[in-house]
Write a protein that binds this ligand. Sequence first.
Ligand code: ADP
Ligand code: MG
Length: 326
Amino acid sequence: EELANKISAGEVVDRPASAVKELIENSIDSGAKKIRVSVEEAGLNLIEIIDNGSGIEADDLPIALLSHATSKIKTSADLDRIRTLGFRGEALASIASISELTIETSTEKELSGSRLVAKGGKVELLEAMAKIKGTRISIKKLFFNTPARLKFVHSLQVENYHITDIINRESLAHPETSFTLISENKPIVQTTGSGDLRQTIAQIYGIANARKIIDISAEDLDYKIQGYISLPELTRASRNYISILLNGRYIRNLEINRAIIKGYGTKLMVGRFPLVVLNIQMSPQIVDVNVHPNKLEVKFTKGDELMQLISESIRKTLSEKTLIPL
Ligand code: ADP
Ligand code: MG
């Protein structure tokens, strides 16, 4: 079991940013409206995440560390929905198996909170503590017992970049949640959680940039897309400027990137990317999220139709907008 966790850990947690992503998504799932992440040495020395979500009951706390322990599958009807969202109950187990982990948590209905400390996946301490609001998780010395994985980790600068990218995208996926990222005691990202996507874009990319984006929305029988795209004058040399959310979770999909760029057509210089935040709503039946265990890559059953919808709606939205002088 422990060895299996360590092996699957390499799949789920290939770098500190992947651990950050899993922990944030757990906080979101618990209903948190405020999430604060602090890192030291790009997460290798410390990842601390504090949320104001529902917390974990004392009895459930040691169970949460077990592989395939998930509180999120209750019925077999859930199973289908959950599979497509990527819930598998192995993130905490994987992270715990390759770090020193402390969880402090309280639920509203319990009289006290609880604390769990584990090292390399082995629980070393489980005790009651004073109540807090939500959950605090600290991950120390990530990869301490997997030196091979540690070798794959790039410079701290690159790893910090990936962590910031995760927080940015989670903020865009959840504008109703306030995110704070602190690295080496310095504030890096701060969103207010107002619920307004344009405001969140402004908080991440700057107000000047947020003024150069326009609304987009379109739908057909299977898909509904909605979000913001930048005017062709606002571009960057990085494809990370494009954020795709699928039923509320962000994904990576090169085909969608290509469809977006196709929609801009000759308005876009080669090698440049527009600022795009696109929400795609669809039936979970026509996607397979679990192509890669870190859940970022997906395959669509009706992919051509979706790409067509994206390219066409961008082309149309841009040509309508550019007729009106701004
Ligand atoms: P999954 O999210 O796939 O269910 P995880 O391994 O990520 O599996 O988490 C295991 C369980 O621990 C979750 O199902 C949830 O019950 C609990 N949990 C983890 N993090 C939190 C959190 N921040 N707040 C409340 N519950 C949490
Ligand atoms: Mg999870």
